[in-house]
Design a protein around this ligand. Structure first.
Ligand code: 13P
Length: 338
């Protein structure tokens, strides 16, 4: 067993700690900034990420942060590389290594994730820049007659190649097959698609000789589509998500981290809290992007005067989610800051 990957995995899923996803690509961060009237310049993105990473007490609740390529090459106001800013605070730097999605040829409405071509060389560079783990996101869309088996299997094969290459470079892969919440599908349909996807991913990981003990799975909760009229009860989400994961994810996988996927921050925390009360073979945690950052970004708005308040909002969300990992979150925590 490789001891560096082993210790990275253990640190990432340390009790009460989760992962901050701050790896928004150029189009995604632009969309989030634009909604608040912030211009997405290189300096604005740098200042925003520096604000997040230098949040006081963040490492009490956050074990690792996923960076975007641009951020990995940027420095703090004091001239310190961003990965070092995090590492100095006891937060493990990681990196999104996929190059986003494109249309899957001949399969209307479906996507394939790109980035394998140059990956081996880029992984060496990222390691030198301080990354200790990587992430690759595959996107599965639910709609009329989709996803197809082809879309699921080609994305699973790409995830498995990514994971094998990451482990070759001694970087812990976070394997993320995201089943999108977009649409009006039922919760049953989400469970069916997520379960087929996860099974395909684990077959591909096995074929590619990926060491399950040295990876993490990042997945969504089982939810009805966001346009479905009946939204699910917290307990039902927990029960269904756990059933799906127990059936499809081998116990050798050390940890499963949830993405937030567009759920509101408080709802994501409530559901995480309910899921984490169960006895399961893996460590469960969060790897939220929007559900951790949204309140902080809304307060920050691009102004340095707002940094302290924005950081407090991020620290508070991270703390609420940390409590949720222990099944100890309650609605009162939203008003009682400690
Ligand atoms: P969200 O929590 O906003 O879905 O982002 C997590 C992520 O990393 C998606 O790839």
């Amino acid at each position: 067993m490789n001891s560096q990957m082993q210790s990275t995995v253990e640190a990432l899923i340390a009790s009460g700690k989760g992962i901050l996803a701050a790896d928004e690509s150029f189009p995604t961060i632009e969309k989030r900034f634009k909604a608040l009237g912030i211009q997405s310049t290189e300096e604005a993105r740098r200042a925003y990420r520096e604000m997040l990473f230098t949040t006081p007490r963040l490492s009490e609740y956050i074990s690792g942060t996923i960076l975007f390529d641009e951020t990995m090459h940027q420095r703090s106001t004091d001239g310190i590389p961003m990965a070092e800013v995090l590492a100095k605070r006891g937060i493990i730097p990681g990196i999104k290594v996929d190059k986003g999605t494109v249309a899957l040829a001949a399969f209307a409405g479906e996507k394939i994730t790109e980035g394998l071509d140059t990956l081996r060389d880029r992984l060496i560079e990222y390691r030198e820049l301080g990354a200790r783990f990587t992430k690759w996101r595959a996107v599965i869309t639910i709609g009329d007659h989709i996803p197809t088996r082809t879309c699921i299997d080609v994305n699973a094969a790409a995830l498995a190649q990514f994971a094998a290459l990451s482990q070759e470079a001694e970087l812990v892969p976070i394997v993320e097959p995201e089943v999108l919440m977009n649409g009006s599908h039922t919760m049953e349909r989400c469970e069916e698609v997520a379960s087929t996807t996860l099974r395909s991913v684990f077959v591909a990981l096995f074929k590619q000789r990926v060491v399950l003990e040295h990876m993490l799975l990042k997945t969504g909760m089982i939810l009805p589509g966001e346009e479905h009229p009946a939204q699910a009860e917290v307990e039902l989400v927990a029960e269904t998500t756990l059933r799906c994961l127990r059936r499809a994810v081998p116990a050798a996988v050390p940890g499963i981290v949830f993405l937030s996927g567009g759920q509101s921050d408080e709802v994501a925390t409530q559901r995480l809290n309910a899921i984490c009360r169960a006895a399961v073979p893996w460590k469960l945690s969060f790897s939220f992007g929007r559900a951790l950052q949204a309140p902080a970004l809304t307060i920050w708005k691009g102004f340095s005067n707002n940094v302290a308040a924005a950081q407090e909002a991020l620290r508070h969300r991270a703390q609420c989610n940390s409590f949720a990992l222990q099944g100890k979150y309650s609605a009162e925590m939203e008003t009682r800051h400690t």
